[in-house]
Design a protein around this ligand. Structure first.
Ligand code: GDP
Length: 616
């Protein structure tokens, strides 16, 4: 690896010590006022399920619906707005819109939960770091503490996540190391990880993927605990690692910072208890909570087809309790939990917050990172998954683009333009970053969340999706996989080879000055079959649509013998006697054009319109 990476200017992520300070501050506050009755309502909910979450009978809900003029039976699905109206009547505050409820679900938020129902939950940890620095070995070493602890069976199966117990507390580890997997989940809107363990080999120090991992964890706002690994090696130099970490705004505790760094040897199993202990400290101050007494919600960690058992999905319950028999909706996939196995392959009947479990009974294979929730019945599951499939189709192509940056800033939706910068050589990283930082004003900021020399990778694309960023390549091209993925998820990748035009474009985007680039789209073609006068100088052309459509708001070109004789707007468009918005293929209509009436039979009308395809 010759490429080098750079420090970025993302605000410092919450670290253990800042979390401690926050926890102390929190502790100083006195008890919260009596809780209102907040309720989190999904996009669609069955009447019976709404009754259940409000702890009233379905009859009461149906009666209230009738008073509001709606007729629904217990198993019918009502949408968020109707449900919210009813919930309000029952004294609940539906504090979130459907949109917000969705995002709250993604982030394991405890918002909208009855605070009295919240109970501590164990932390979910992901291991990140450079290749060969020992992520897999560390995951194995941690898993082995279970064997050492003499746990029944001893052997754990690999289901994508596992739990260990340390001093009476549990910690859940996601078994897929690496920031690509971590960010892939985030790109799907799933916030799974509470703490990131950054593995750095003591003999190798910080490497490009270490920096990438730091940037990914920071972008996710996840606290980092550093495991300085391979301490058994003769070349181990932990001080050098600490020095390098400080160059990336991670200052270890012993040097006056707030980052916990634990020396370990994953191979020899040394330092593991110390690492676990520190993870629990960070978890403790993060005050992780969930409500086990509600329907389950969580994330699909892994899924595969088993020859004899069908789709098998490992899911992580984030809130609520998942039970055998529950109906599940996971994006466009649904199913019913037929059986559940824990990480020791033991059959279990229920699983609470932070528990990873393998479930049988999905009808189709969900993707890793897909959010799931349990619903009242098969019908609700079907409606939700169908709605989700449609929504996804409608939403595809909704990535962040440079041209809408200004609109978003104006609308207060974003305050900063998140940007990932990839360049050909290390020297340009610094130059471009400095130039971009000069654009920062009180109102707008360019936030370079990751900057490195090298080609644009899939991991960059995922980070862009997860962080709503655009990617800027300076003499740097996407790898083929990254290009395909970028198209699929509509990440805006822009290329430059002159620093000035790069900076100028970003500046103009921030000021709303980017000129849109249009493409001419031909929508339809028609032939004039008759020309007649309506008196008072009005001439109408009767036409037949050969292909596409002629729409009232399209622009028209008139061709005669292959030559254009006019271009302009439509004055009126009729189908028989009616004014219409469009006339489609195979139909006839009458048209007048603004500023042209010299039609002749046989003229060809071409309807076209300009469509924005980007910015220049
Ligand atoms: P990953 O790519 O980060 O998952 O790294 P691996 O866990 O596959 O480890 C890469 C190599 O480093 C393997 O050969 C491991 O045996 C070795 N390794 C991992 N941890 C240690 C350690 O603590 N000490 C020593 N000496 N070698 C280690």
């Amino acid at each position: 690896m010759t490429s080098k990476t750079e420090k970025t200017n993302v605000p410092a992520q919450p670290t253990a010590a800042t979390a401690v300070a926050v926890a102390k501050a929190r502790g100083a506050q006195k008890p919260a006022p009596p809780a209102p009755k907040p309720l989190d309502i999904p996009q669609a909910i069955a009447v019976g399920e709404l009754a259940k979450v409000m702890k009233v009978t379905p009859i009461e809900v149906i009666k209230q619906l009738m008073r509001q003029g709606h007729m629904f039976s217990v198993n019918e699905i009502i949408n968020h707005d109707v449900a919210a109206e009813i919930a309000t009547d029952f004294g609940f505050t539906v504090s979130q819109t459907a949109e917000k409820a969705e995002s709250a679900r993604l982030t394991v938020s405890t918002e909208g939960e009855d605070p009295a129902q919240l109970q501590p939950r164990s932390p979910v940890v992901t291991i990140l770091g450079h290749v060969d620095h020992g992520k897999t070995t560390l995951l194995d070493a941690i898993r082995n503490t279970r064997v050492a602890a003499g746990e029944a069976g001893g052997i754990t199966q690999h289901i994508g996540a596992y739990q260990v117990e340390y001093k009476g507390n549990r910690i859940t580890f996601l078994d897929t190391p690496g920031h690509a997997a971590f960010t892939a989940m985030r790109a799907r809107g799933a916030k799974v990880t509470d703490i990131a363990v950054l593995v750095v080999a003591a003999d190798d120090g910080i490497m490009p993927q270490t920096i990438e991992a730091i940037d990914h964890a920071k972008a996710a706002g996840v606290p980092i605990v550093v495991a300085i690994n391979k301490m058994d090696k003769p070349g181990a130099n932990p001080d050098k690692v600490k020095q390098q970490l400080s160059e990336h705004a991670l200052v270890v505790e012993e040097w006056g910072g707030d980052v916990i760094a634990v020396p370990v040897s994953a191979l020899k199993g040394q330092g593991i208890p110390d690492l676990l202990e520190n993870l629990l400290v960070v978890a403790e101050v993060a005050e992780l909570k969930a409500n086990p007494n509600r329907s389950a919600k969580g994330i699909v960690v892994e899924a595969r087809i088993d020859k004899s058992r069908g789709p098998v999905a490992t899911v992580l319950v984030q809130t609520g309790t998942l039970r055998v028999g529950d109906y599940l909706a996971a994006g466009p996939h649904k199913g019913r939990v037929k059986a559940m196995l824990d990480d020791s392959a033991k059959r279990i009947k229920e699983a609470g917050p932070s528990a990873p479990v393998e479930i049988l009974g999905m009808e189709t294979l969900p993707e890793a990172g897909e959010k799931f929730e349990t619903v009242a019945d098969e019908k609700t599951a079907r409606q939700m998954t169908e709605a989700k499939a449609q929504e996804r189709q409608a939403r595809s192509g909704a990535g962040v683009t440079l041209e809408d940056v200004y609109t978003r800033i104006e609308a207060g939706e974003v305050k900063a333009l998140n940007l990932i910068l990839k360049t050909d050589v290390q020297g340009s990283v610094e130059a471009i970053r400095k130039a971009l930082e000069r654009l920062n004003t009180e109102r707008t900021r360019v936030n370079v969340i990751h900057a490195a020399a090298g080609s644009i990778t899939e991991s960059d694309v995922l980070l862009a999706v997860a962080s709503k960023a655009i990617i800027v390549g300076f003499n740097s091209q996407p790898e083929p996989g990254a290009r395909t993925l970028g198209n699929q998820v509509s990440v805006n990748i822009r290329h430059y080879n002159i620093i000035y035009s790069l900076v100028d474009d970003i500046e103009r985007a921030l000021k709303g000055l980017l000129e849109p680039v249009y493409k001419d789209i031909i929508e339809g073609q028609a032939t004039i079959r008759a020309v007649f006068s309506l008196g008072r100088g009005t001439t109408v052309a009767g036409f037949y649509v050969n292909s596409g459509k002629i729409a009232r708001d399209a622009e028209i070109r008139v061709f005669r013998g292959g030559k254009q004789v006019f271009a302009g707007q439509i004055g009126s468009l009729k189908h028989f006697k009616d004014d219409v918005r469009e006339v489609n293929t195979g139909l006839e209509g009458g048209i007048t054009l603004e500023g042209f009436k010299d039609y002749q039979t046989g003229d060809v009308l071409e309807a076209h319109r300009r469509q924005q395809v980007g910015v220049g």
